[in-house]
Design a protein around this ligand. Sequence first.
Ligand code: FES
Length: 151
Amino acid sequence: MTGKDADRSTSRNILEGYIGRQGALLIALLDIQYTLGYIPESVVEDASEILNYSQPEIWGVLTFYSDFKLGKKADNFIDVCLDGPCHIDGAENNLKFLEETLIDGSTKGFEVRRSSCPRLCSQAPVVAINSEWHGRMTPNNLKHLISQLKA
Ligand code: FES
């Protein structure tokens, strides 16, 4: 099974866990995003079939909440929180570092995404690497974490 097929299978299993639960769509989508780090495009068709929502309803939820990341562009996701406390404590420096570093051909396989507050403000600025949040991040800390992933 390829990565894409495995992710679809995982998301279908998650959706099936919400069958019969009232108002399940948003929670199921959050569960998929949390588990996979993104929302496979196949979710629209699968959630319609499994949870009996119309496809426009599902698109409505996915596009209303900006934190849903639809589709996968790389094997690794790096999410940078840019809200208030993180912004004040240097999130823009981290984002600039990541964008400048990861456009280099040797670091293909990373997707840098902007995120809203995951409620870890006391550890600002925070960055998640493949859904694992790290606090008090600096460009040097990021460089170290990314080199571990590449190793
Ligand atoms: S503003 Fe970044 S964790 Fe809350």
